[in-house]
Design a protein around this ligand. Structure first.
Ligand SMILES: Nc1ncnc2c1ncn2[C@@H]1O[C@H](COP(=O)(O)OP(=O)(O)OP(=O)(O)O)[C@@H](O)[C@H]1O
Length: 832
C-alpha cells in the first residue's frame, strides 16, 4: 500500500489540513494575548466519559466544545480574557482569579490526606470510568521488554506527499525528493507506521501495553517527538472527538484496577512543564509555581512538586484540566496553538495486595508520623504485604522549529531546539553504547529535559516513542531528521525492573514462624528415630537422614535470611525504601560524590563484616531461642553434657588403645635412624680423609716423576757429552785431541747401571703399593707413577675405601723412605 492513498483516506482528511506555514494574526501572536480557552481541553469530553464533571468543569467544558482550529484558520478571539498569558506575562498575574480558588478547592494534595483513606480498588471504580471502547477485555502484549517501542505517525495533509509508506512497518522517501540521486533514499523500519486522524488505533498500538506495564509495577514513559505542528499534542491529548493517549491511558488505568480484584491502589498525579530551561509545577497555584520552580533533587526525584491523589476518572480529569490551563502555548507561524514548553504528566501508581478489612491495628502509621522521603512510597507495607510502585510519564515535547518572525517565539524556539538537540545527542550516545557495548559518558546534564528523563533513558523504564511527521514535500528535511532520531532511539537498550518495597518486619516474622514449625518437625522425627530406624531398611534410613539434613539446612537458611532482613531494616531509615534506593544529587561536586561513594563502600564493608560475625555467632550458639521454656533449655543442656561426656570417652579410649604403642614405635624408629645416620656421617668423614690423603700422595708422586724425568734427561745429555769427548771408550774421535774410545767400563756402562737401578726402584715402589689400604688388584693396574692425573678414578669402589688407619700410616712412612729418594739423593754424584 502506498502513502498517498493511505494518507488521504484518513477519516479527518475530509477536512484537509493545510500545512503550509502561515502567519497567523500577527497582532495577537506577537502580543501573546491569545486566550488559552480558545482551545478545547482534551478533557472536555463529558459526553464520552460518563462520570459527571463538577459544576465548574461543566461550565468550562460547555465553553470549550469547539474543535482545535487547524493551522491557517484564524484563532477565535478570547471571550473572557481568561487565558493565561504567554511568557511575557507572569503566570501569577493570571487574570482569572477563579483558577486560584479552584486549585485550592478541588485539590487532594497527597501531603494532606491519609493514603489509607483514598485507596482505589475494583469495588470503588465506577463503571462509567471504564465504559467505552477501551474495556475490550484484551490484555496487551508488553512487546520487547529491552527495546524502545518506536512508532511513526504521519499526519494528514492536502499538500504534495514526499514519502512512500508500506503500512504498518516501513517508510521511504520518494526518490524524486531525495537531495542526491546517487544513492537510493534509505528505507526506515519501525514497530508501527501509522496514519490518519483516528486516535484509538494509535493508543492501542503505541501506548496501551506500556500503561498496563505501569499498572503491573514497571516505570513507563510514552512521549511524542517531532517537528512543530506535526501532531504531537493531537496524539497525546487529542480533542473532544478524538481523545488522545493521556485521557485514554487514564481510562485504562481504572479499567485495569476494575479487573484486578486482589490489589488496592494509591494513585497520585503531577503535571509540570519545562519552559526556557525552568521546570514549573502546573498544578501549583500560579503565584507559587512562578516563584518556586521545581528542582531535580535526585534520580527522578522532583521537589517541590504538588501531587494530587486521584480516585476516579473524574478527579483525573479535573487535575489535568487545571494543568492544561496553566500550560504555555502560543500561536506561531506554523501552529496556531503551539506548545512552547515540554509538558510531563506523571501518574505514580502504588499498589499492594488487598488485606482483610481495614488497616487499623495492622501496623499502619498516621500520615505525618513518618514523613515520606521524596520519591518514596506513601502507601505503607502492612502485614507482610509489600508495596509496588511505578511511574507512568506521558510527555508532550515542544516541537523543533526554524526561527520565526516573532522575537519572543524565536527565543523560546532556541531553548526548545537546544534541549531537543541534547535529547538527540543523549539518545545517540545511548544507542552507540548499546550497539558497541561501550560505556561512554552520556550528557544528561546538558538540559533539564534530559536530566528529568535520565532514569528512564538509562533503562529503568519501558519506553514508547511516537515520532510525528508532516509528509509534505516542504518538510522533507525535518521529517528526515525526525526519522533519524526514531532510528537511533530504537537501538537504545532497556532493562526495566519492577519496584517493590518489602515489609521486612512481617517477612522476619514469617521466617520465624517457619523456623519454629521446622524445628518442631525435626524434634518429632528425632524422638521417633530409634524405634523407626529398627523398622526401616538401610536405603530408607539413608533417605530419612537426608530428609533430616534438609530440614536442618532450611532452618539455617531461614535464620540467615532473618539476619539479612534485619540489617536491611536497620538501614532503611525513616521510610520503607524502594528497590532502587540510590538517590544521587546531581548538584554534588565530583569530590562530594567521591566522598559519598567512599563512605558507602566503608558502610557496605562493615555491614558485610557484621553479617559474617553474626552468622558465625549464630552457628556457634546452641539452637534455642532465649524465650524458650526452661524445660526445653534444660533438655538442651543435658544433651550437650551428654555429647561432651561421649567425646571425653572417645578421647580417653584413643589415648589408651593407640597413644602408647604409637609412642614406642616412634621412639624405636627414631633410635634406629639416628644410629644409621651417625654411622653414615662417620663413614663419610673417613672417606673424605682418605680422599684427601690420596690426593696429597698423588701430588707428591707427580713431583717425583717430574724430578726423575729431568734427571734422566740430564744423565742422557751427560752420557752423550761424555762419549763425545771419548772419555767413555769405544768412540772414534776425529779431533786433534783424539778422545779415548769408550771402554766397557766407561760412561755407557755407568748409564746402563743407572738404568738398572731405576728399574729396581720401580719394583720397590710397586711393593709399597701392595701395602696400600686400597684393596685392589694392583698387579693388574698401573702404579700411580705410571698414571696421568686425568686417569679414571671411578674404578675405585666405595667398598675398597675401608681405611685401616695403621696401614695408611705405615704406607706413608715407608713411602717417605722410598728408593726414589735415594736416586734423587745421589743426583749430585752424577759427573757433569
Ligand atoms: N493526525 C491528525 N489528524 C488531524 N489533525 C491533526 C493531526 N495531527 C495534527 N493535527 C492538527 O494539526 C494541528 C497541529 O497539531 P499539534 O498542535 O498537535 O502539533 P504539535 O506537534 O503539538 O505542534 P507544536 O510542537 O507546535 O506544539 C492541530 O490543529 C491538530 O489538530
Amino acid at each position: 500500500m502506498t502513502a498517498p492513498s493511505n494518507l488521504s483516506s484518513g477519516s479527518r482528511l475530509a477536512r484537509a489540513v493545510p500545512f503550509t506555514p502561515k502567519r497567523l494574526l500577527s497582532i495577537s501572536s506577537s502580543s501573546s494575548e491569545i486566550a488559552r480557552s480558545t482551545t478545547p481541553s482534551i478533557l472536555g469530553t463529558a459526553k464520552k466519559y460518563k462520570a459527571a464533571l463538577s459544576a465548574e468543569s461543566r461550565l468550562r467544558s460547555t465553553k470549550n466544545t469547539s474543535l482545535t482550529p487547524f493551522p491557517g484558520s484564524p484563532p477565535k478571539p478570547s471571550h473572557d480574557g481568561s487565558r493565561p498569558k504567554t511568557p511575557s506575562t507572569p503566570r501569577g498575574t493570571s487574570p482569572n482569579p477563579g483558577l486560584l480558588v479552584d486549585a485550592g478547592d478541588m485539590s487532594m494534595d497527597v501531603s494532606r490526606v491519609d493514603p489509607e483513606e483514598v485507596l482505589v480498588d475494583y469495588q470503588t471504580v465506577e463503571p462509567g470510568d471504564i465504559s467505552g471502547d477501551l474495556d475490550d477485555g484484551q490484555i496487551p502484549d508488553y512487546g520487547k521488554e529491552d527495546k524502545v517501542l518506536v512508532s511513526i505517525r504521519i499526519r494528514p495533509t492536502t499538500g504534495h506527499i514526499a514519502w512512500e509508506t508500506s503500512i504498518p512497518h516501513s517508510i521511504k522517501l520518494l526518490p524524486q525528493h531525495a537531495k542526491t540521486t546517487l544513492n537510493p533514499p534509505p528505507e526506515f523500519h519501525f514497530d508501527e507506521v501509522l496514519s490518519g486522524s483516528e486516535n484509538r488505533p494509535i493508543y492501542n498500538a503505541v501506548a496501551r501495553s506500556h500503561v498496563w506495564a505501569a499498572m503491573e509495577g514497571y516505570n513507563a514513559v510514552i512521549f511524542a517527538y517531532g517537528q512543530t505542528a506535526s501532531g504531537k499534542t493531537f496524539t497525546l491529548s487529542g480533542n473532544e472527538e478524538q481523545p488522545g493517549i493521556i485521557p485514554r491511558a487514564m481510562k485504562d488505568v481504572f479499567a485495569h484496577i476494575r479487573r484486578t480484584s486482589t490489589r488496592e491502589y494509591l494513585l497520585r498525579c503531577s503535571y509540570l512543564e519545562i519552559y526556557n530551561e525552568t521546570i514549573y509545577d502546573l498544578l501549583a497555584p500560579p503565584s507559587v509555581a512562578a516563584t518556586q520552580p521545581v528542582q531535580i533533587v535526585g534520580q527522578g526525584v522532583l521537589a517541590p512538586l504538588r501531587e494530587e491523589v486521584v480516585t476516579s476518572l473524574k478527579s483525573v480529569r479535573e487535575v489535568m484540566e487545571r494543568g492544561e490551563r496553566h500550560r504555555r502555548t502560543a500561536s506561531t507561524d506554523w501552529n496556531e496553538r503551539s506548545s512552547r514548553s515540554h509538558s510531563v504528566f506523571r501518574l505514580v501508581i502504588e499498589s499492594r495486595e488487598r488485606g482483610e478489612g481495614k488497616a487499623e491495628g495492622s501496623g499502619r502509621q498516621t500520615p505525618g508520623m513518618r514523613p515520606p522521603t521524596p520519591g518514596g512510597t506513601r502507601l505503607q507495607t502492612i502485614g507482610g504485604r509489600s508495596v509496588q510502585m511505578s511511574v507512568l510519564s506521558l510527555i508532550d515535547l515542544a516541537g523543533s522549529e526554524k526561527a520565526t518572525s516573532d522575537k519572543e517565539r524565536t527565543r523560546e524556539g532556541k531553548y526548545i531546539n537546544t534541549s531537543l538537540l541534547t535529547l538527540g545527542s543523549v539518545i545517540g550516545t545511548l544507542a552507540e553504547n548499546a550497539g558497541k557495548n561501550k560505556n561512554d559518558h552520556v550528557p544528561y546534564r546538558n538540559s533539564k529535559l534530559t536530566r528529568l528523563l535520565q532514569p528512564s533513558l538509562s533503562g529503568d523504564a519501558r519506553i514508547s516513542v511516537v515520532c510525528t511527521i508532516n509528509p509534505d514535500v516542504s518538510a522533507v528535511t525535518e521529517s528526515t531528521s525526525t526519522l533519524g532520531f526514531a532510528a537511533r532511539i530504537k537501538r537504545v537498550q532497556l532493562h526495566a525492573k519492577k519496584k517493590e518495597v518489602v515489609d521486612t518486619e512481617a517477612l522476619i516474622e514469617r521466617y520465624r514462624k517457619e523456623i519454629e514449625e521446622l524445628k518442631e518437625k525435626l524434634a518429632e522425627r528425632e524422638a521417633e528415630a530409634p524405634c523407626r530406624n529398627r523398622r526401616l531398611s538401610a536405603r530408607e534410613q539413608i533417605d530419612e537422614s537426608k530428609a533430616m539434613r534438609d530440614l536442618n539446612a532450611r532452618i539455617q537458611q531461614l535464620t540467615k535470611l532473618i539476619l539479612t532482613s534485619q540489617s536491611v531494616d536497620e538501614n532503611k531509615g525513616d521510610e520503607s525504601r524502594s528497590a532502587s534506593p540510590v538517590k544521587v544529587d546531581f548538584d554534588m561536586s565530583p569530590y562530594q560524590l567521591q566522598q559519598e561513594l567512599l563512605a558507602a563502600h566503608l558502610q557496605i564493608e562493615s555491614q558485610s563484616n557484621q553479617i559474617l560475625s553474626l552468622e558465625a555467632a549464630l552457628l556457634a550458639r546452641p539452637e534455642i531461642s532465649p524465650d524458650a521454656p526452661e524445660a526445653e533449655k534444660d533438655k538442651l543442656i543435658a544433651e550437650q553434657q551428654k555429647t561432651i561426656r561421649e567425646l571425653e570417652i572417645v578421647v580417653r579410649g584413643y589415648e589408651d588403645n593407640l597413644g602408647e604403642p604409637l609412642r614406642q614405635v616412634k621412639e624405636d624408629v627414631e633410635r634406629e635412624w639416628v644410629a644409621r645416620l651417625q654411622a653414615e656421617v662417620r663413614q663419610r668423614e673417613e672417606k673424605e680423609a682418605w680422599a684427601t690423603e690420596l690426593v696429597r700422595q698423588l701430588e707428591k708422586e707427580k713431583r717425583m716423576r717430574t724430578t726423575l724425568e729431568e734427571e734422566r734427561r740430564a744423565l742422557a745429555a751427560f752420557v752423550s757429552k761424555f762419549d763425545a769427548l771419548g772419555l767413555g771408550g769405544g768412540a772414534n774421535l776425529t779431533s786433534k785431541l783424539k778422545p779415548a774410545k769408550p771402554t766397557t767400563g766407561g760412561a755407557t756402562a755407568v748409564f746402563a747401571e743407572r738404568q738398572q737401578n731405576r728399574a729396581a726402584n720401580l719394583v720397590s715402589i710397586t711393593s709399597i703399593k701392595e701395602e696400600s689400604p686400597i684393596r685392589m688388584d694392583i698387579k693388574n693396574h698401573p702404579s700411580l707413577l705410571e698414571q696421568t692425573p686425568e686417569d679414571d678414578w671411578s674404578m675405585m669402589e666405595d667398598a675398597s675405601f675401608e681405611v685401616e688407619a695403621g696401614k695408611l700410616k705405615n704406607a706413608g712412612s715407608r713411602r717417605a723412605e722410598s728408593p726414589l729418594k735415594d736416586v734423587l739423593g745421589r743426583k749430585e754424584n752424577i759427573p757433569l
